[in-house]
Write a protein that binds this ligand. Structure first.
Ligand code: ATR
Length: 273
């Protein structure tokens, strides 16, 4: 049977085996999908061993995405842009192809929620790996403006300069942010510590869409905060998780699974519904 897995550390609580097992059942593909949690300095060897022993493909998550970028034989254009790899496929020619499906997953989830990206004014909070992966796919949707704000302003400036050729992207400090945004995407890890990015409440209005790439059994700190200040449309990163997985499954198997039912089952599994 074709073997796949996700590499991460820690990865025990990963939902990827659950999601891919449902995708395989739905599309009648014979495969098994597991977990691997190598020590940080043993990832390269573990990756090699997995493919030497017949593995067909894998996902890569925190903290290995940047390292995976350096270990594959070739990169998809979107992985090159993201500077990180979350999906690896062993091609029929024996080549390890590195891809990145995170940004495509974000855009697919935003669209499935009916969020319009074309001509919209987008605020992206954070300038780490998650923000980097999202930039090219977001700019490909032709927003009128994309502003990056980050606690460490120089990192936002660097990212804006790097992606400037793809669209109207600029960097502003949190204090500089003004005017009406249509969509705010939180790519910071602040919610992990129960913290909030230092965003002025005045930026939140009833017609704004709020997206937090994090998720949990209850609202993230950022989503709770946005709701308190009047946001009516809020979304967490669970849908992005399922959509990036569907994109990875498509890369591996050449068949695109449906995501709606799988997302519903995942929510049930997490106790969200
Ligand atoms: P990831 O790969 O998930 O993006 P990362 O590269 O460590 O993780 O980036 C984390 C992002 O969250 C950074 O933009 C970080 O801001 P700094 O560049 O200033 O470190 C941001 N971040 C983390 N905690 C935050 C907090 N409490 N408030 C605001 N931003 C925060």
């Amino acid at each position: 049977m074709d073997r796949y897995l996700v590499f991460g550390h820690p990865v025990r609580h990963s939902k990827s085996p659950f999601i891919h097992t449902l995708f395989a059942r739905q599309t009648q593909q014979e495969l098994e999908y597991g977990l691997a949690e190598p020590a940080v300095d043993e990832f390269a060897q573990a990756l090699r061993t997995f493919f030497d022993q017949g593995g067909k493909g894998c996902n890569v998550t925190v903290p290995f995405k940047e390292l995976a970028f350096t270990l594959v034989d070739c990169l998809s254009p979107r992985a090159k842009r993201a500077g990180a790899v979350n999906t690896i496929k062993l091609t029929n020619d024996g080549v390890l192809l590195g891809d990145n499906t995170d940004g495509a997953g974000l855009v697919a989830d935003l669209k499935s929620h009916g969020v319009t990206l074309a001509d919209s004014r987008i605020l992206l909070l954070g300038a780490g790996g998650a923000a980097r992966g999202a930039l090219a796919p977001l700019l490909a949707e032709l927003p009128s403006e994309l502003v990056i704000a980050n606690r460490t302003h120089t990192k936002a400036q660097q990212l804006a300069a790097e992606f400037h050729d793809l669209g109207p992207v600029t960097a502003q400090t949190y204090e500089q942010l003004a005017g009406s945004f249509d969509l705010v995407i939180n790519s910071t890890s602040a919610s992990l510590q129960g913290e909030l990015p230092p965003l002025a409440p005045a930026l939140i209005h009833t017609d704004i869409a709020i997206y937090d790439m994090m998720y949990g059994a209850s609202d993230t700190a950022f989503i709770s905060w946005a709701k308190q200040h009047g946001a009516r449309q809020t979304m967490d990163g669970l849908g992005m998780l399922v959509e990036q997985a569907a994109e990875a499954f498509t890369v591996w198997r050449g068949i695109r699974p449906g995501t709606k039912q799988v997302l519903r089952e995942l929510k049930r599994n997490l106790g969200v519904i």
